[in-house]
Write a protein that binds this ligand. Structure first.
Ligand code: GCB
Length: 631
């Protein structure tokens, strides 16, 4: 469990975790070697999925343990082959590759050599040359270890990296699931079991993000935390640098503008940098220069050492503030209305695997649409994606992987402790992104249960203690009198599907029900509301007029019914609308899903449906009416 420190400076409290998870960047002191490409791969198909451990597959080359196949990294493994049993596999899979380590990385004690996995789903164990170096529970977040000592002990080349990944979800994982054993041998084969889940997306698994090695000097910049503010034309960057590997050190912190001019600097590990004529970070469409980022260069020397021991790390920094009132969400003291999207990391073949062409396509589609915001439904997205949100000015509600906690058991202490750890990891990774304006601790927990109150309150308070500068929320689909956690959130986030799951097809009830629901929430809590989900499935190319469910016309008209109410409420307490959802995505097979969830306004291949054109018109109109930019 990570230790939490409180650093009080001026009016703000900044909380820091004791180990950093800075994004790996090359610099004059840091080298980086990506291990993406083809890895050897083997699923452990033994009945208890444990043969790999019993036979210690990590002790030799994987190919010597049995048949292996090529597996690309990063990518989910599920849709890579023609084998349905691998697509639906539950249990441990094994990845392996060899890598040459540059001699100067280990010579004479060498550098810190860090092995980093961007994310692997769900439970991972990593060995280097047969020596276990780390274990991590949870997908979607990075983990890393200094492997220098292992390389020193066993400098055989090439160096062998083995990663075992188990995708099993239980009542104590996030997201939650359960293994159901089908013991009726008249209906199922002996030993048959299925993975059940409490969420609506395919449980893609494997090494979904980049694996890499990077080096730092032995005394190094371990973490940086920034909190920003401004007054008039003057910006303030309150920062803290934590150092690894030495008790004392010399530091030089310099803030540099986009053109490369040093603006201000300091020789303290923590302090406040003052920026004259500050260029604030603004959301897309709120300013002609959105997403402005400074660079904070940190140069660190261990005391008494020459310049060859200097570590250099540069962090992008956007200066902005966030505040919530009873009716508004303020960015840089100006009201901000979320007109945006929900997403999934999901695509053909790659599953949840990092895919830069797809990510850039999605940002271009968001710009086309006039979307200014998104929620990382229902888990943390790739760091590369978050960096683009910063630089494009896309405002983010950053969600934890706690999707659909429904079971009484899962509100037990084991899950709670894990949930707190996950929030530690998420805040540690994403705290410095100006685009992140709010944390969502969960999607649709079953917050009607009395046991949920302590649980949700504890996670919310923990997250606020980790980061007192951002509001915290979770999304709910429950009615105001059923939901017990709402007193603890800063913003009410509602997911509703009127005329879809209830009153199916009755579009005319939507305005009535949305209005009643929103007003009852506002009346009780006097907190601003975001419609964080609303949407209808449409199979692209299916047309019906008058509309019926699953047609493009129905999806378009469904949205128009919601918009009628939004238009009235945005003058009062409604501070945003995020459509469900950006693009079609894969789910488990079930009778109400048509090869996945079709509520995308784009297909899975990113082609627009009729609703996309409706939303494009609306979002640009909202941006223009807010007195901002034309397109
Ligand atoms: C929801 C969930 C989302 C589902 C969506 C739907 O409330 O938050 O994960 O995909 O509804 O389409 O049912």
């Amino acid at each position: 469990m990570l230790r939490v420190l409180c650093l009080l400076a001026a009016c703000e409290a900044v909380l820091l975790l004791d180990t950093g998870m800075l994004f790996p960047r090359e610099s004059s002191s840091r080298e980086l070697k990506e291990l993406n490409g083809l890895w050897a791969f083997r699923a452990d198909r033994s009945p208890n999925r444990n043969r790999g451990f019993e036979e210690a597959w990590y002790q030799s080359r994987l190919v010597e343990t049995g048949p292996v196949i090529d597996m690309p990294v990063p990518a989910s493994y599920n849709d890579i082959t023609q084998d349905a049993t691998l697509r639906d596999f539950v249990g441990w899979v094994w990845y392996e590759r060899e890598v040459m380590i540059p001699a100067h990385w280990i010579k004479d004690g060498g550098a810190r050599v860090v092995l980093r996995v961007g994310s692997a789903h769900y439970h991972s164990i990593v060995w280097v040359n047969g020596v276990k170096v780390m274990e991590h529970e949870g997908g979607h977040l990075p983990f890393e270890a200094d492997i220098n000592s292992v390389l020193q002990q066993n400098s055989t080349m090439p160096c062998r990296i083995t990663i075992a990944v188990d995708n099993t979800l239980t009542l104590h994982t996030l997201p939650t699931g359960n293994i159901q054993y089908m013991n009726d041998t008249t209906r199922y084969p002996v030993g048959y079991f299925v993975q059940t889940v409490t969420f609506d997306f395919f449980n893609y698994a494997g090494i979904d993000r980049s694996v890499l090695l990077y080096t730092t000097p032995k005394t190094y910049v371990d973490d940086i935390t920034v909190v920003t503010d401004f007054s008039g034309n003057t910006g303030f960057v309150r920062y803290n640098v934590s150092v690894g590997g030495a008790a004392t050190s010399n530091v030089r912190v310099t803030l540099i503008d986009k053109e490369g001019h040093p603006m201000t600097s300091s020789s303290k590990l923590s302090g406040v940098l003052t920026v004259a004529d500050v260029k604030l970070w603004w959301p897309y469409l709120m300013h002609e220069n959105p997403g402005y980022m400074y660079s904070m260069e940190v140069r660190l020397k261990a005391d008494g050492k020459g310049s060859s021991f200097e570590d250099v790390y540069t962090l992008p920094v956007g200066i902005r503030t966030v505040k919530v009132t009873s009716t508004q969400f303020l960015i840089n003291n100006k009201p901000f209305y979320f007109h945006g999207i929900n997403k999934h990391e999901d695509s053909d073949i790659r599953g949840r695997g990092l895919d830069l062409p797809l990510i850039i396509k999605d940002f271009n589609l968001m710009k086309w649409l006039g979307a200014n915001s998104l929620r990382t439904s229902h888990y943390p997205y790739a760091e590369e994606f978050m960096q683009l949100c910063d630089s494009y000015g896309i405002v983010v509600i950053d969600e934890s992987p706690a999707a659909g906690i429904v079971d009484f058991e899962s509100f037990g202490n084991i899950s709670l402790a894990h949930h707190l750890d996950v929030m530690d990891e998420l805040v540690r990774r994403d705290k410095n992104h100006p685009s992140v304006v709010m944390w969502s601790i969960a999607n649709e927990p079953f917050s009607v249960l009395p046991q949920s109150v302590y649980y949700l309150k504890t996670v919310i308070q923990h997250t606020k203690a980790l980061d007192p500068t951002r509001p915290v929320t979770y999304t709910t689909y429950l009615d105001v009198d059923k939901d017990l956690g709402a007193p603890y959130v800063d913003v009410i986030c509602l997911n509703t599907y009127f005329a879809w799951y209830f009153d199916s097809g009755q579009l005319e009830v939507i305005p009535f029900q949305v209005k009643t629901q929103h007003e009852s929430w506002y009346k009780k809590y006097k907190k601003p509301i975001i419609q964080t989900e609303y949407g209808a499935d449409a199979v692209a190319g299916l047309h019906f007029d008058p509309p019926v469910m699953f047609s493009e016309e129905f999806q378009r008209d469904f949205m128009q019914q919601y918009h009628q109410v939004f238009d009235k409420e945005m003058k009062n307490f409604l501070i945003g609308e995020l459509v469900w959802t950006f693009s079609d995505f894969m789910t488990n097979q079930i009778f109400y899903r048509v090869a996945g969830n079709r509520k995308g306004i784009f297909t899975r291949q990113r082609q627009p449906k009729a609703a996309a054109f409706l939303l494009k018109e609306r979002y640009w109109k909202l941006a223009n009416e807010a007195g901002k930019l034309g397109h």
